[in-house]
Design a protein around this ligand. Structure first.
Ligand SMILES: Nc1nc2c(ncn2[C@@H]2O[C@H](COP(=O)(O)OP(=O)(O)OP(=O)(O)O)[C@@H](O)[C@H]2O)c(=O)[nH]1
Ligand SMILES: [Mg+2]
Length: 419
């Protein structure tokens, strides 16, 4: 059953993107199955020490809680333990901040063991410093009965329990990540070209992945989940896409980003995002129909920087051109315009991907003697064969190799190499 909630936003000079952020809070609440009954905002020059908001505002919200019967009050900020405690007592409702809300969404959506562990780790890290507060409260209640020390003991126990859980989650995640790395190595061979789809949540990354799958010549075409909601994708999925005998790449669909993504979540999801760091090309998918797309680009680029991906070529894929006539902002230099939903602009995008893909390959001509023709199979596996010519004494193969794949064939490079 949906829980009713009141949304609270505080306009502070330190939050210039307040309007967008608050609008997004609405969608986040929706994604978390809350039913929003009221929205309240307040402009302040600084947050207050006791309630974050002014005490007059607290009374106003308290009246709203009584009037609407809302069980939860959601704040568009990260609250301190003291704020949460005071607000809970004053409003007699559950207090949820933006970070907790995002964590709750991830928690309900996490399906795989890895995703569940990542969310549990992020949540435990978020909760650990907040435990102090619960015990202060416990201590205060019990103080009257002369058992003040009990709260502190309980705090120590709880902290220890959380720390133990954090280590355990980290250990288990490490095992899964190692296993995935090995699997990835086996699955891909070293020379598969890797394309990572990244972008703001709801930009259309999964829709684009599904278009690639539809166009792919391979039998494995299992579609990924795409939906009009925030954080539809939580788990990275990689599929081999073959658009032409010569054009094969591995596409990876990833979790979406959002402004003020809790840093514990970025940390916890770094292992899933590892594949972005290993990509040969990043497709930064942008919802160009969103009035705030320019800021969304900045937010995603900032997170990409944290993932140390500066050296990887990046192409901006401006999506949803079917519902916009003219973009209302700056257009990044390296871009293509598409509609993943309607399939508009895909040939041009594929051409661009091919250009990047081929840029890393160097064509050479090999002359393979007939008594070593078994090498052809290996060449096919290691490179992209462009032409084969059966001569009198040798098989002349024009093949494009990645540098690291060239070495075993150097002895066969023909004098008239195309270098
Ligand atoms: N009009 C229009 N809608 C699109 C287009 N591409 C995707 N969508 C819709 O946008 C919504 C989000 O698409 P997804 O592909 O799930 O977005 P995502 O980037 O994977 O989102 P997360 O996984 O939540 O981060 C879906 O309802 C899509 O059908 C497009 O080109 N035009
Ligand atoms: Mg998705």
């Amino acid at each position: 059953m949906k829980k009713s909630a009141i949304l609270v936003g505080v306009k502070l000079p330190s939050i210039p993107d307040f309007d967008q952020s608050f609008e997004e809070l609405d969608n986040l609440a929706l994604a978390c199955d809350y039913y929003v009954v009221k929205k309240v905002t307040q402009s302040l020059s600084a947050s207050t020490n006791d309630f974050y908001i002014g005490s007059g505002k607290v009374e106003e919200i308290q009246a709203m809680v009584e009037e609407t019967g809302a069980q939860t009050v959601i704040f568009d900020t990260e609250l301190s333990p003291v704020h949460i405690r005071n607000l809970e007592e004053a409003l007699d409702a559950d207090i949820v901040d933006r970070t907790m809300l995002i964590l709750q969404i991830f928690e309900t959506r996490a399906k795989t063991k890895e995703a569940k562990l990542q969310v549990a780790l992020a949540k435990a890290q978020y909760m650990l410093p907040r435990l102090i507060d619960n015990t202060i409260r416990l201590g205060r209640i019990k103080a009257g009965k002369g058992s003040k020390g009990k709260g502190e003991q309980q705090l120590e126990l709880d902290k220890r329990r959380y720390r133990a859980s954090i280590s355990r989650y980290r250990r288990e995640l490490k095992t899964i990540v190692e296993a995935r790395r090995v699997q990835r190595g086996q699955r891909q061979g070293d020379n598969a070209f890797k394309v990572a789809l990244v972008g703001y949540t709801n930009a259309g990354k999964s829709a684009l992945m599904n278009q690639f799958l539809t166009l792919s010549h391979r039998h494995q075409k299992k579609q990924v989940f795409e939906k009009d909601m925030l954080f539809a994708t939580l788990q990275t999925s990689t599929r081999r896409i073959q658009l032409h005998p010569m054009i094969t790449f591995l596409a990876t669909d990833t979790v979406g980003f959002i402004r003020r993504l809790p840093h514990h979540l970025i940390e916890a999801f770094k292992s899933t995002l590892e594949e972005v760091g290993e990509a040969n090309l990043i497709l930064h998918v942008v919802d160009i129909s969103d009035p705030h797309y320019s800021e969304q680009i900045e937010i995603v680029d900032e997170i990409l920087k944290q993932l140390h991906t500066e050296d990887i070529p990046k192409l901006y894929v401006l999506n949803k051109i079917d519902i916009i006539r003219k973009p209302q902002g700056m257009i990044p230099f390296h871009h293509v315009k598409i509609s993943a939903l309607k399939g508009i602009g895909l040939p041009n995008l594929i051409l661009k991907i091919t250009e990047y893909l081929m840029a890393d390959y160097h064509p050479v001509q090999l002359a393979i003697p007939y008594d070593q023709s078994h090498l052809l199979d290996a060449v096919k596996k290691d490179g992209i064969i462009l032409e084969t010519e059966y001569g009198e004494e040798t098989i002349r193969v024009t093949v494009a190799f990645l540098d690291q794949k060239m070495q075993p064939y150097e002895a066969f490079i023909d004098g008239s190499s195309l270098h």
